[in-house]
Design a protein around this ligand. Structure first.
Ligand SMILES: [Zn+2]
Length: 204
């Protein structure tokens, strides 16, 4: 699999994944990194098929229209997203780029339309749901700590320890992690009841 983590401006991460045979490509969160994404796609002769947004916050979607205008790619977001999109997806749907399968995991909490993306059961793109050593905030409009609890504890932590974690921001001690490492070391993911988690998230 061709894979790049891109951080050109600020702390937002963008990701490029591509099938090396067909060159079909997906970008996850264009963010402020369009220039570097375009450069990479052109230099590697990639064929951009999907621009996938983990959620609608502008720091994740900022490069969408520039990428779409250059490459005839589809902007993809969850069905509840208000982002200008060509394709709306639901939990469990699978997008294919060549032989690579991108599974949509609906993980609301940071926002109502937040999704995570599991690529070939080995790489997980978590947007602002889970960071290295942290989780996304729930105090912005549409945020919901109860939903985030379900997303983290009953969805993402059900994945194998070996699954690699690629977050939407460079907030941690390193730019990526694994489910196993986060399960053990992320203070947000230590065992708590739903009630305790909601209380924990409401603390400043
Ligand atoms: Zn966000």
């Amino acid at each position: 699999m061709f894979f790049r983590q891109i951080q050109q401006h600020g702390d937002n991460f963008s990701y490029i994944i591509a099938d090396p045979e067909t060159r079909e490509t997906a970008v996850i969160d264009s963010s402020y990194n369009a220039t570097e994404i375009i450069k990479t796609i052109k230099s590697q002769s990639l064929l951009l098929k999907y621009i996938i947004n983990t959620h609608g916050h502008s720091d994740h979607t900022a490069g969408n229209s520039e990428l779409r205008s250059i490459f005839s790619a589809k902007i993809v977001s969850h069905s509840q997203s208000k982002t200008n999109s060509d394709l709306k997806v639901e939990d469990g749907e699978v997008l294919n780029i060549g032989k690579i399968a991108i599974r949509v995991l609906y993980t609301p909490g940071h926002t109502p339309e937040s999704i995570s993306l599991l690529v070939d059961k080995e790489k997980l793109f978590t947007g602002d749901t889970l960071f290295v050593g942290e989780c996304g905030r729930t105090d912005l409009p549409g945020g919901n700590a109860k939903n985030l609890y379900e997303s983290l504890f009953n969805k993402l932590l059900n994945l194998d320890d070996s699954v690699e974690v690629y977050p939407g921001h460079d907030y941690g001690s390193r730019p990526s992690s694994t489910i196993g490492y986060e399960r053990k070391n992320n203070y947000v993911l230590q065992p708590r009841s739903l009630k305790d988690f909601v209380m924990f998230m409401s603390q400043p």
